[in-house]
Write a new protein. Sequence first.
Length: 249
Amino acid sequence: MNKVIETILQHRSIRRFEDRPLTDEQIRMIVECAQSASTSSYIQAYSIIGVKDPEKKRKLAELAGNQSYVEHNGHFFVFCADFHRHEQIGEMEEKDVLPSLESTEKFMVALIDTALAAQNAAIAAESMGLGICYIGGLRNNLPEVCELLNIPKRVISLFGLAVGYPAEQPGKKPRLPLDHVYHEDEYDQDRGRFIEQLQRYNETVSAYYEQRTNGRRSDTWTGQMADMLSRQVRMYMKEFVEGKGFHLR
């Protein structure tokens, strides 16, 4: 156990922040930590847009599903998969890079690079005593987000990261059992054990919600997931991604 591990294990999403902006130094440090994340083959296929303009934050909150903490926080970061610069590199170096940039493999590289950078940023922020909340709701209306933030082709805004001084300390949500997530040497496909692990986890999650809501809620995890996955959402995404020049080959 050390301070880094303690910070990671104490993570919880914060959805209410003090009315207190981050300093430029804090923002710079969070971005530098994001840039220190591992990146596939040194490609660095991401960019980060920091949003300070109150009207843009208000509009982003609306586009993300009227999530107030997108507007009210210390600083709002938008993490983008980015091959715009690499297209320009191809022109600079007079190389045909488009078949590679448009491949499914490079699409995956951009997603992974962006996610790794964002998680570094999140841990850095939490280590500074700040709270964070990832905002996937930006993908509800990506064309409008791209227009608002002037995002070019070969760049996709994947998610936001609200950062600020916590005005709440919610309970930590229990994660799946380690023995359900971690497999050694091969994927354990014992269906009986698999179902048993999920049932035990359902009991844990249900107890968590009962305690958190004073008995008003007792959801199970599998029930939540089945309900969510039975609804089709953001079904425009394939067409949008391809229109941005990703995942074409």
